[in-house]
Ligand binder design. Sequence first.
Ligand code: TRP
Length: 472
Amino acid sequence: MIYRGLNEMSEDKSREVSRHQGKGRSSFSGKVGYVLAVAGSAVGLGNIWRFPYLAAKYGGGIFLLVYLILMLTFGYALIVSETALGRMTKRSPVGAFQAFGGGAPFKLGGWINAVIPMLIVPYYSVIGGWVTKYLFEYMRGSTQALAEEDYFSGFIANGSSVWWFLIFSLAVTAVLFAGVKQGVERVSKVMMPLLVILAVFVAVYSMTRPGAWEGVKYFLIPNPENFSWMTVVAAMGQMFYSLSIAMGILYTYGSYIKKDVDIEKSTAQVEIFDTAIAMLAGLMIIPAVFAFSGGDPDTLKAGPSLMFITLPKVFASMGFGTGAGIMFFLLVLLAALTSAISLAESGVSTFEDQFGWSRHKATVVMGAIIVAFGALSALGFGVLDFVSLFGMTILDFFDFLTNSVMMPVAALATCFLVTRAAGLDRIAGEVMQSSAFKRRRMYNLFMKYLAPVCILIILVSSIANVLGLISL
Ligand code: TRP
């Protein structure tokens, strides 16, 4: 969703209201518009591609449980903070962090938030390229070939997969250049409900295959034996990623909303919606691992490739598999495109605001960043497959660096901004302009103690793990 679009939308509405209608109506549209905007940025590859593979890899039900707890506590507190700070300062992250004084450390905190989307969008576009390739292949009717065991690994190892990444990233850059972002957003909004309906069908189909029930149980019932510290690290990174928090996005969104948007309620709505879609994707993919690969532990731990390995098997076994494959990958492609566009847009506006660059220049530089880091990530499975960064492929490394290292730091910076610079009471004052703020005590407890301490522990242990100092 477009920040400026959001702004214009609420202004249009209020003008309309002063002309024709009573006050209540405008605030209602404003609120719905805001929830849709945030939900639109939240739903993307994170829900459909990333969540199921992490849940499969890091313990199934126990991952889900940890994820839900973190989302309702940390996630909630951070969304409220970022939105309130944005609305209070009317600035995007770098500006918001400087709005209260506080000097260099805060400036740095703002910048970390702003840089994260620039590092995510390149590898996000690599996955977007894979989705594009699969859509193309389904359109050619390669339904059976895609379901073969080694199809995916063969595809990514082949240098030509980089072209699919380039097609996707060119589309993203072109949309930003041509300024037709709003059109794309509109199309995607219409298609989002279709994606949900199709996902429900595929999930039901996948859950009713012989042997799939084991997968449903694995995904939904927490088993403490499957718990590891990495479950917590991965769940926290995913929570940030999926809700688009700890990367400055919600500061910007918050800076465009009016004082009548109930921050507390809209946060709850976005969390419910985002989680529902992620769980649906989990129910589509994880039971299929059990039905089609007999719950093979290697497939369960397949990581980023999981969606591309299991779903084609599901489609190949269905009556209308080719049609379902086309529909599914088309809808996912749209969700991926809108998210990638928003991520890139966030980078572009940081360049414009902080360096005073023209939109043209900012877009070119952002495009160059996407191509450079994205091509590295894509080639990491092919000609660069000898490169191993702390035991990870290049794509996994970027993903880990942003989600498990930088986002916790960004979240920590927000905690300090709230408690040390803005003050908990001022945040409460901001939130209470439109909400009862029923969870104020929980919020305060989290921002002051629990969040910073837990984030620090998780951060230090995940880095130590990667450096081989400890083994999680
Ligand atoms: N939340 C998105 C997803 O689940 C990814 C994302 C992260 C994003 N940050 C964003 C999308 C900022 C738009 C804007 O895929």
